[in-house]
Design a protein around this ligand. Structure first.
Ligand code: GDP
Length: 432
């Protein structure tokens, strides 16, 4: 989606503007004290145009020694990532040296920059604001992010710079990385997207909101739905868990493929199984990732033992790929993506009616549904029904006489004959 980055030195009011832009979402998190303070990504919308806001400055607060370098870095990130950059300055201080430095960096970048003069709370200050034209970045936008005045005009200008990426991105595969806290979700996203994308510094307590990240490298092109973040800072453990569950559900609903990460040491726990069943029920593609594989003492049977244990817990839908990773040792991280691609493909697979019947009719003939009270079910043919996940209708005379075990038998045979690994399948028996 389009990204709007707010840059500027500390105390010019970046967070206030950030909060104002992401207002609608903020309402949700306000109840969870400590959560909003240091998040950096938020969703916003202006006249039906959704966008992501990055407050690149949150993490430099009160750490004088790192901030010059950090500000330089935030500007570089903004130039790289943003569709539009809001360069925020403060009318009450005028132009400082740091403002000049930032302006110089921004002039060298090739992204649209809007100079946002903050704290213009009255008309007298409006004439003071004109000094900021001398930054050499063009038009200035006077606002008072405290009262909100001027933000409407600013946003009208901001959305003019948006590219029409929405349409394209909406058609890309969406993979959600979900799992309990600390399984390694942030780590794998960092490993995939690279450090510069992730605005998490060693300064304690930095977290992010869930965001959509486009991964467009090495011939891949898809959206990652990142649910990591929002942790460590708060003392209200239940609230955080509640919020993280809500976010997982939302991410899952949006995704085509759910990448369920678990911790190899802890194994598949009940919360993981709940997520698994939720994904299954919603007919989402599923990949299970067993991370921290480096912490497990292994022999030649360990993988098999793990797989069997997992499959026992997720049954009956066990045709699900399992990838064993160590993100910290960089083991099989790309395999996760390749597997998700494969599952996406399997979930979208279309089988022609002739191929389907060539494979399935002989099987049905050899193993017909058991007769009930002398009544025989005669299956005439099958066809795949159009949809986002695989659905098959088998036409027969007496669909009500086909019982659950036969459904399962047919599903298994479909899986044996065609590749549907990781994709839930629906089978129906219908009257012709
Ligand atoms: P998240 O809460 O799911 O986003 O988890 P994080 O990515 O923050 O990871 C939690 C902790 O597990 C961090 O200390 C990571 O360094 C560590 N970690 C992540 N992946 C691995 C791994 O493959 N092996 C080991 N040993 N530690 C890992």
């Amino acid at each position: 989606s389009n990204i709007v980055a707010i840059v500027g030195r500390p105390n010019v009011g970046k967070s206030t503007l950030y909060n104002r832009l992401t207002e609608t979402r903020k309402a949700i998190v306000d109840d969870f004290s400590g959560v909003t303070r240091d998040r950096h990504y938020g969703m916003a919308e202006w006249i039906n145009k959704p966008f992501t806001v990055i407050d690149t400055g949150g993490y430099v607060a009160n750490s004088e020694d790192v901030f010059e370098a950090a500000i330089r870095e935030q500007v570089v990130i903004a130039i790289e990532e943003a569709s539009v950059i809001l360069f925020m300055v403060d009318v009450t201080t005028g132009i400082t040296d740091l403002d000049d430095e930032i302006a110089a960096l921004l002039r060298r970048g090739n992204k649209p920059v809007l100079v946002v003069v903050n704290k213009v709370d009255n008309t007298m200050l409006q004439s003071d604001a004109t000094i900021f034209y001398s930054l050499g970045l063009g038009e200035i936008y006077n606002i008072s992010s405290m009262s909100g005045s001027g933000t409407g005009e600013l946003l009208d200008e901001v959305v003019k710079h948006f590219e029409d990426t929405e349409l394209e991105e909406n058609t890309l595969p969406k993979y959600a990385i979900v799992g309990r806290p600390n399984v390694g979700k942030s780590s794998i996203i960092n490993a995939l997207i690279g450090q510069q994308r992730n605005i998490v510094t060693p300064i304690a307590g930095t977290t992010r909101d869930s965001i959509h990240i486009r991964y467009n490298q090495y011939g891949h092109d898809f959206m990652l739905i990142d649910t990591a973040g929002l942790r460590k800072k708060t003392k209200v453990k239940e609230n955080i868990e509640f919020y993280s569950v809500m976010r997982t559900i939302k991410a899952l609903e949006e995704a085509d493929v759910v990448i369920l990460m678990i911790d190899a040491v802890e194994g598949l726990e009940s919360q993981d199984i709940n997520i698994f069943h939720l994904a299954e029920k919603n007919k989402k593609g599923i990949v299970i990732v067993v991370n921290k594989w480096d912490l497990i003492e292994k022999n030649s049977k360990t993988v098999k033992v793990f797989e069997d244990q997992i499959k026992q817990k997720i049954a009956p839908f066990t045709d699900v790929p399992i990838v064993f990773t160590s993100v910290t040792e960089k083991q099989r991280v790309l395999k996760v993506i390749e597997t998700a691609n494969k599952v996406y493909e399997n979930r979208s697979r279309k089988i022609s009616t002739s191929k389907l019947n060539d494979a399935m009719l002989p099987i049905i003939e050899s193993f017909p549904p058991p007769s009930i009270k002398g009544k025989y079910v005669k299956i005439k043919y099958a066809t795949q029904i159009n949809g986002t996940s695989p659905m098959f209708a088998f036409f027969c005379n007496l669909p009500q006489y086909v019982k659950e075990p036969y459904y399962r038998f047919i599903e298994n045979k479909l899986r044996e004959n065609f590749e549907f690994s990781g994709a839930p399948i629906q089978v129906w028996f219908r009257q012709k």
